[in-house]
Design a binder for this molecule. Structure first.
Ligand code: AMP
Ligand code: MG
Length: 406
């Protein structure tokens, strides 16, 4: 049986075919750019004022201060943003100018309104101004031909703003895979149905969909499939025709009705691994079939979510060229002693607490793979590694952070 590390290495080594898609920039947040982005413009495109104030020639106001203001003649017109004025500043003259407005000919700096006082047709300037002060120069941010964003960069809101500023409305990104969700099991009923003996509502379809939605990954829910060999086979084939990754849940252990493993064999899917030395989530399978990937996830609701984070998420991220394959990790100390049997990796649902400049963890309570509320309570997933026995009080382990607050 593979260790968690070996299984994750197989995911990381999977031979993925990346595709790109050109999408509106507003849909591109969090995606990875698949090409460099160059600017066809200078930004700003013209010298403009950084403040509301008075356009001046710096030599005219040399030595100006509070006690010895310099008097300049004010032109009748002013220069609002968005217009091209015909003004040329002669010596001893000033003109009122607004933020973002094109600076007039002859002006080499702008005095802030707070440092001046209008007095009839004149303006008193109370402060010297360096050449270029309060002027934003053409191309000072971006020059025409500059590479403003590079291939492989994750797109954040600021990148979207930059693309908008240079007139780029669409971005070429690595395309996320389409993920199909196929729950199997005779005991499953839809969430709209009344619970009755021997039945379980299909929560896996929803927790998986939510995990995908959190990553902004498109998905299809195919609905419950009964434990019927032909039916499952048909559904796998038809969903694989549409999806890049198929997530099956249930039926991959070795119970009598666990057809899924056999069916996957029959349809010619190639097992990359089956079973990982971990709890929860041991009976899981990872396969490839004609450039697509299939995860046979265990049916247990906690196992499904844990296996998603450990194996499905990194594959998706890899396909999207996103180097942040896993959830962020932190180290945390055990608030008390916890039992653990050496020889297997356990993923334990924990609450995180701050104390004395350290992060501590405590278990969320019952840890059975069917206790989905243990995930609800959890801030993180602590890793009790296979080479360690009892986790001593105050000893450190790694914790995958599940929620931002903790
Ligand atoms: P299995 O892997 O099929 O043996 O299922 C293991 C456990 O997970 C059983 O208790 C199932 O009832 C439960 N289970 C399987 N599929 C789902 C599902 N889609 N939603 C919630 N629980 C499930
Ligand atoms: Mg089952």
């Amino acid at each position: 049986m593979l260790s968690v590390k070996e299984a994750q290495e197989k995911i990381i080594a999977a031979d993925v075919k990346r595709k790109t898609a050109e999408i509106p920039i507003l849909e591109s947040c969090g995606r990875i750019l698949a090409e460099d982005v160059f600017s066809g413009d200078f930004i700003p495109a013209y010298d403009n004022s950084a403040v509301d104030g008075f356009a001046v020639r710096s030599v005219d106001i040399l030595g100006a201060d509070k006690n010895y203001p310099v008097k300049l003649r004010l032109l009748r017109e002013d220069i609002p943003a968005g217009t091209i004025s015909g003004v040329t500043l002669d010596s001893g003259v000033t003109v009122q100018i607004m933020t973002g407005a094109l600076v007039p000919q002859g002006c080499d700096c702008v005095v802030m309104r707070e440092d001046a006082l209008k007095e009839g047709r004149d303006v008193l300037i109370f402060r010297e101004c360096r050449q270029g002060e309060n002027v934003r120069f053409k191309g000072e941010d971006i020059k025409k031909g500059d590479r403003v964003l590079h291939e492989g960069k994750k797109i954040y809101p600021a990148d979207i703003g930059v693309m908008a500023s240079i007139g780029v409305s669409r971005a070429l990104v690595y395309r996320p895979p389409l993920v199909g969700i196929l729950p199997t099991g005779n005991e499953l009923i839809d969430i709209s149905e009344q619970l009755k003996a021997a039945k379980v509502r299909d929560s896996n379809s929803y927790s998986l969909s939510a995990l995908l939605a959190e990553l902004n990954i498109p998905y299809r829910m195919y609905g419950i499939v009964q434990d019927d060999r032909e039916l499952i086979k048909k559904m796998i084939a038809s969903s694989l025709a549409e999806c890049d990754i198929l997530l099956l849940t249930g039926g991959v252990s070795v119970g009598d009705y666990d057809y899924v493993k056999e069916i996957l064999d029959e349809i010619g899917a190639e097992f990359i691994f089956w079973r990982v030395n971990q709890r929860p989530g041991k009976p899981m399978a990872f396969l490839t079939c004609k450039n697509r990937f299939i995860f046979g996830l265990p049916g247990n609701p906690v196992s499904v979510m844990v296996c998603f984070d450990l194996y499905v998420r990194p594959l998706i991220k890899k396909i999207m060229c996103d180097p942040e394959l896993f959830r962020k990790k932190t180290f945390a100390r055990a608030i008390e002693e916890y039992a653990h049997i050496e020889g297997r990796t356990d993923f334990v649902r924990v609450k995180l607490e701050q104390g004395q400049g350290q992060i501590y963890f405590r278990l969320t309570g019952m840890q059975g793979s069917g206790i989905l509320t243990s995930m609800v309570e959890a801030d993180g997933l602590a890793v009790f590694p296979e080479d360690r026995g009892t986790i001593e009080k105050d000893s450190e382990v790694e914790v995958y952070i599940l929620k931002e607050t903790g």
